[in-house]
Design a protein around this ligand. Structure first.
Ligand code: PBG
Length: 407
């Protein structure tokens, strides 16, 4: 790093000053929203966002999830509307999680072609066609009465290889239902290879596998357990990764790549950005990161208390995940943020073509985002116009997650 030096002009040569002035002024590139936009190294786009959605058998109305305010368990009808919205917003995709009415020791509802998950895949694909990538969670935990991601052996442990046989079948059933991508999340050794082989033999060579490659046993999954009405008691530490381990994540990723993973995932996201960065640096396939239920819940709780600016923190959290190396992010905020992005783009276009745009830059007034949202186009995602929570004193302009422009 260069030492700050006196410049020729400032202060004048003939004055003695104890202060030295910098030759390098990085602040030049930060002075206005337009300048910051020009030099931003990381961007968000709707296609970077993947929305996880829950569909629960037997619901006639969407049911709220108390630990995830704003997220619901969908009915089969409301799921279709959510999928259409995701398509209209141009999201990267959706991931379906099914919650069956009945469970058993082997998770057989997950293998039933007419079970809640598989029939929902079919219904969603019929509705959105090829205009939206529809992914399916390939795991047993939603379907087992013990809540584990695999079947249990006589010793009471999750039986890796017996589970693989079920995953293979599950992959075929999901692909047959129309899943564009299958996403095995159970962290069984060898799961990618077995699913790949099964898909290929069943004629589904074209269906990619998004491997939950480095998935950690995490307290951040807490609210998800409510979301899927999990039956789990205990933990998943015998199969999901251990938080202290970093090098091991590379081993998991390399194994999944060798087994034929088309995309790999790191999960959770925010507390594992080092892992994400490492994985992105070795992966030659797209890397996803999952901003999980607990990450969502923490932002919502703090925002609801007025302790953080909701929109700023959501945007910053997603940018951080992308900056660390994620090609795309699974996030419960996907639809809402895509709505913001679309409104911002439409607003920028309007300000370029509008008569007073030169004199009145869109970002100049420091207004709460409710106010500037009034200018949002009517086709914006409905939630985007109105913040659900957290309109506290720290509200900032909509399109810039940083600071007000220099006046
Ligand atoms: C397992 C699965 C889990 C999540 C996604 N898939 C739960 C777990 O592994 O315990 C968690 C997602 C979240 O917390 O948002 N099928």
């Amino acid at each position: 790093m260069q030492q700050p030096k006196r410049t020729d002009r400032h202060p004048p040569e003939d004055q003695e000053s104890p202060v030295s002035f910098p030759e390098q002024r990085p602040r030049r590139l930060r002075r206005s929203p337009a300048m910051r936009r020009l030099v931003a190294e990381t961007r968000l786009h709707p296609a970077n966002l993947i929305l996880p959605v829950f569909v629960r058998e037997g619901l006639t109305e969407p049911a709220p999830i108390s630990s995830m305010p704003g997220v619901v368990q969908h009915s089969e009808a409301s799921l279709l509307r959510a999928a259409e919205e995701a398509r209209d917003l141009g999201l990267g995709g959706i991931v379906l999680f099914g919650i069956p009415a009945t469970r058993d020791a082997t998770g057989s509802a997950g293998l039933d072609p007419d079970g809640i998950l598989n029939r929902s895949i079919r219904a969603v694909k019929e509705r959105v066609g090829d205009d939206l990538v529809v992914m399916s969670d390939l795991c047993l935990d939603e379907f087992t009465d013990h809540g584990h991601c695999g079947v249990i052996d006589e010793a009471g442990e999750v039986d890796n290889d017996a589970t693989l046989e079920i995953y293979a079948e599950m992959g075929i059933v999901q692909a047959a239902a129309g899943a564009d991508v299958v996403a095995p999340s159970g962290m069984m050794d060898g799961q990618v290879a077995v699913i790949r082989q099964a898909l290929d033999e069943a004629g589904h060579q074209h269906v990619p596998i998004l491997a939950y490659a480095a998935k950690y046993a995490s307290g951040f999954y807490g609210p998800f357990r409510e979301a899927v009405d999990s039956q789990l008691s205990g933990d998943r530490k015998q199969y999901q990764m251990d938080a202290p381990n970093r090098t091991e994540a590379l081993r998991e990723v390399e194994l999944d790549l060798a087994e034929g993973a088309d995309m790999v995932m790191v999960k959770p996201a925010s507390a594992y950005l080092d892992i994400l960065s490492d994985v992105a640096s070795i992966s030659d396939v797209p890397v996803s990161a999952y901003q999980v239920s607990g990450e969502y819940a923490m932002i919502e709780a703090a925002a609801a208390n007025g302790w953080i600016n909701r929109r700023t923190v959501i945007t910053e959290s997603l940018i951080a995940i992308r900056r660390a190396g994620a090609t795309n992010v699974l996030t419960y905020y996907a639809a809402e943020v895509a709505g913001w992005l679309r409104a911002d783009m439409a607003g920028a276009a309007a300000s370029v073509s509008g008569p007073v745009s030169v004199a009145a830059p869109a970002q100049a007034p420091i207004t709460p985002h409710t106010t500037s949202a009034a200018a949002a186009p009517t086709d914006a995602e409905p939630n985007a116009a109105e913040p659900r929570t957290g309109t506290g004193p720290t509200d900032e302009p909509r399109t810039d997650a940083g600071f007000p422009p220099v006046s």
